[in-house]
Write a protein that binds this ligand. Structure first.
Ligand SMILES: Nc1ncnc2c1ncn2[C@@H]1O[C@H](COP(=O)(O)OP(=O)(O)OP(=O)(O)O)[C@@H](O)[C@H]1O
Ligand SMILES: [Mg+2]
Length: 584
């Protein structure tokens, strides 16, 4: 048997896992066949961890103890609450990875221990390191991190030479890459993006719009986390439906409050509303496109293809605006939310020894620099603090990885016993204008004159992760080189502890419903859904007969599934929610 290497798209909203099986790309689904696993982690009443759909379903019951969009917090020191526990973002991601591995294990018969994980091209070193840590905490050897647009582009076999622009607008992040390809070579020319821009932002702003329309009653919703969660979910569902229709109805009586202070949600929401909210966000992506084109030294007319991927690209306004901006037709990928995972699976298959022709050349999207004293600055007096030091590039952005670059700098004082250089990532002229990575410190230097050379070497591996060293040249001996200040690098000991905690949590298996049966929380959700539908029917006597029929049919099906406690309950809840959106 081939080695079990898997490809993983660890998304903000949805995650997927796959590999090549018998020469074909295979994504692993859950028991009901769904390949997209919601990137949601929560805890049940008994303190067992829930991941994926079960966690998403329970979220309305425990919004504060359920984590969504943890990817947006990767690379930060924040802690997130899962049920009663506090975890780091990489630990939460490790729980998601663990659930994905369960799926792969069920399909392959063995648990994979190596993986290729995708990250937004625009992720910085801290975010990449956090992702790698998540993989290790989940017990994986992370062979390589691959940029998401690059993975998506891999799935396009054309055979001819072309220049492709891949536009990936997902749940939390936006990325654009320009790639050159020929028969068996795929080379990234430039990447741009925004790690805080995606469908989540559209949902949040749509909620704001709805709350404004509710008027003074919004106070009751604002301070009620459960009501807010129900609203966000209703709005997201409506937004998705509005990619195919012009208008839907948001209906959730007793959204918040009680008695005469109860807030009843009953409003139309139109595609024009979504577009009003989406337009400024899409405009931001257009600026990124222009910057990427400039970096690649290309003009729109040199592009042979524009590929839109990511769930949020399914909003019609995205294709319209991008196409108008570039003056050419664009293609919304039919596999928009699976393209990245398909590419990652292909690479995983190749790492495991399957035949995959293409050679992949990727780049680093951010400049990596060290902070130095610029002699010109001395005319105005020495800078006050590290923040004001000049950022001297060692590896400029858009450099092909892997790469090793060195640059020599000089000490400033006679008999300086230590060299301590800040390492930053970004395009700003000063240290303070960039993302902080840490210090590179060489200690215990022997006496030497001022202006002694210090050689700084930056090595970027295939994943775009930085390995930095500094050498004090005159002393000849290998001075102690540390990169210890990097808050992102987990020590083996810390990693061990983080992993132990995650394994303990995973060992507490939730009380699984009997095979073929619905869980308790699904059944209680079904009850409240049915009540909501009753009220919606009562409130809209004038709704079109065909729509009322559809709602009634969906209610009947769900009612039966609920009485039988059938495993189809969740699927039928979704179906009824969708039918209700039409009750305008
Ligand atoms: N038909 C649709 N119309 C509009 N938005 C959609 C549609 N389908 C999915 N979305 C949105 O797409 C987002 C999820 O997309 P996707 O699965 O590509 O994201 P992700 O890979 O999890 O996130 P990221 O790549 O940012 O980490 C969600 O915000 C969802 O609401
Ligand atoms: Mg994605």
């Amino acid at each position: 048997m081939q080695d079990n290497v898997v490809g993983i798209d660890l998304g903000t909203t949805n995650s997927l896992i796959g590999t090549i099986v018998e020469g074909k790309i295979k994504l692993f689904g859950d028991a009901s066949g769904g390949e997209l696993m919601p990137s949601v982690v929560g805890m049940d009443e008994a303190g067992a961890i829930l991941v994926g759909r079960a966690a998403r379903n329970r979220r309305v019951l425990d919004p504060q103890g359920t984590v969504v969009s943890v990817k947006r917090r990767m690379g930060t020191e924040e802690r997130v609450r899962v049920g009663k526990r506090e975890l780091t973002p990489p630990q939460v991601s490790a729980l998601i990875l663990g659930a994905l591995l369960d799926r792969a294990q069920a399909a392959l018969g063995a648990r994979p221990d190596r993986a290729i994980i995708t990250v937004p091209a625009w992720f910085n070193d801290a975010q990449r390191e956090a992702t790698r840590n998540a993989g290790e905490i989940a017990g994986l050897r992370v062979e390589r991190l691959v940029n998401e647009p690059t993975a998506a582009a891999l799935t396009y076999q054309t055979g001819s030479e072309e220049c492709v622009l891949v536009y990936d607008l997902g749940g939390g992040t936006f990325d654009v890459s320009i790639l050159d390809r020929d028969q068996d070579f795929l080379e990234v020319k430039a990447s741009r993006g925004d790690t805080q821009l995606g469908g989540d932002d559209i949902d949040r702003e749509l909620c704001e719009l709805v709350l404004k329309r509710i008027g003074s009653a919004r106070e009751n919703v604002d301070r009620d986390p459960r009501a807010m969660t129900r609203l966000v979910e209703a709005v997201e569902r409506a937004k998705i439906a509005l990619s195919d229709r012009e208008e839907v109805r948001l209906f959730d009586p007793f959204l918040a409050g009680e008695g005469d202070r109860a807030v009843h949600l009953d409003l139309p929401l139109t595609r024009a509303d979504v577009e009003q909210v989406a337009r400024p966000l899409v405009e931001r992506t257009l600026r990124c496109i222009d910057e990427a084109l400039a970096d690649a030294g290309t003009k729109p007319n040199a592009l042979s293809r524009v590929l839109l991927v990511g769930g949020s690209s399914k909003m019609p306004i995205v294709a319209t605006m991008v196409s108008k901006h570039l003056g050419m037709p664009v293609q919304v990928d039919a596999e928009a939310d699976r393209a990245v995972a398909l590419g990652a699976s292909m690479l995983a298959g190749r790492a495991a020894g399957a035949e995959v022709a293409e050679v992949l050349v990727d780049i680093t999207p951010h400049t990596l620099s060290v902070g130095v004293l610029d002699l010109m600055d001395l005319d105005y007096g020495a800078p006050e603090g590290e923040e004001d030091l000049a950022a001297a590039p060692v590896v400029p952005r858009d450099t092909v990885v892997p790469v090793e670059r060195s640059r020599t700098f000089y000490t400033t004082h006679e008999n300086q016993d230590e060299v301590r250089v800040p390492v930053v990532q970004g395009e700003g002229p000063r240290v303070g204008d960039n993302t902080w990575l840490g210090h590179l410190t060489v200690e215990g230097l022997p006496p030497s004159p001022a202006r002694s050379p210090v050689e700084v070497v930056f090595k970027l591996d295939l994943s775009g992760v930085l390995h930095a060293t500094a050498k004090h040249v005159p002393s000849g001996r290998a001075a102690t080189v540390t990169f210890a200040d990097s808050p992102y690098r987990l020590t083996a000991q810390k990693r061990g502890a983080a992993r132990k905690e995650v394994e303990e949590l995973r060992a507490l298996v939730p009380q699984a419903p009997a095979p073929g049966k619905a869980s308790e929380s699904e059944l209680s959700l079904a009850r409240s859904m049915l009540q909501r539908a009753e009220r919606a029917l009562a409130a809209s006597p004038d709704a079109e007969a065909s729509i009322r029929d559809r709602v009634q049919a969906a209610m009947k099906e769900l009612g039966e599934a609920q009485s039988a406690g059938s495993e189809r309950t969740q699927e039928l809840i979704d179906k009824l929610s969708d039918a209700l959106l039409d009750m305008t």
